[in-house]
Ligand binder design. Sequence first.
Ligand code: AMP
Length: 413
Amino acid sequence: MTETDQSDTVSDRYLKREVLGEGTYGVVYKAIDTKTGQTVAIKKIRLGKQKEGVNFTALREIKLLKELKDPNIIELTDAFPHEGNLHLVFEFMETDLEAVIRDRNIFLSPADIKSYFQMTLKGLAFCHRKWVLHRDMKPNNLLIGPNGQLKLADFGLARLFGSPDRRFTHQVFARWYRAPELLFGAKQYASGVDVWAAACIFAELLLRRPFLPGTSDIDQLGKIFAAFGTPTPSQWPDMVYLPDYVEYQYVPAPPLRSLFPMASGDALDLLSKMFTYDPKARISVQRALEHWYFSSAPLPTDPVKLPRPAPKSRAPDFDPQDGPTVLSPTRKSRRIMAGPERFEGNSNQEEKIDEHAGEVRQAVGDIAGKNEQVPMSVDFSIFGTKPQSTPTINSADSCHLKRELDREFQHDE
Ligand code: AMP
């Protein structure tokens, strides 16, 4: 990519439209990419307010999404810092699985449920193959595109896993989707936590309401035990060694069929394998995808034919009379931000952005290298140095970011 190309990609590229939603770490806007004419979603994440000056959520999301290119995972197409915020640009998605489940006008056939759930597991299987735990699986993080494709989104809580001694925080997932080992305070856990959450999503698709809506962590365990019976040490030998383990009064499991009266025998069999107490005995996502539930009739609905909520009536996307709200840095601010002093300790907001921009540049670098069609709009000229043609996270001048990320990934809490 040439210098000219780089400056072309930043100016006046995105026209900001309405707010789409608000996540834990920032507002998400709809926007038009004037370069491609496509609608995109831009997540605005505040930079520079963290204790150590780096917003790990954003960097983590960029770093992991760079590695996760799959039809069932949201695509990060661009990232740039602007006015104290980092902007992550994603492909635009029309709705999410929560909206589908809640919409009383939608009838979900067994084949539709199978299709939505299969796409969920395919995206998750890809994460696990790349040693990434999502850790925030829930219906409103499963976005649905115009062609019915379901994609995993919101990787702000995601982490690499696989090292035997790695310790994590157990405060992950929305409570209703939290596996019993997390509720008992496990700090060493693996892909089974995502399997449990996926099983809760499957149950929610079948029931059309949250399956285990606990009101506190204790109540959550109570609801799990009421559904599947209190686990015994013979069922789950490691349970008694978990940090927050407490003995619960024994209750027997009701028949699974009584909880899901409309589900097929195949669906119940898969559910029981995913809702296995002992994470070591719980089915993997890959094995779940190979379960006969997916190959038996009715086969999963073609995604384009899946029922989705009626689109809300909105103002037209792109009126050329509208004054554009430019999200990328203007030429003027690029000039102000440039300069050799940018890495010297300075609390000035713009210089802070510039400092983070260096990290962002490194974190997103690979996408810029691989995606010629939709080039990254991070303006490398504002950082004073010309980037390598295909920068990687391991390159010499990315030591700072690498150190920060390594520290973060090693010491999760
Ligand atoms: P998040 O911070 O990723 O949880 O996003 C917050 C909300 O913004 C979501 O619940 C969605 O309503 C919306 N949103 C996020 N990403 C997209 C996207 N790619 N397309 C459309 N809406 C999105």
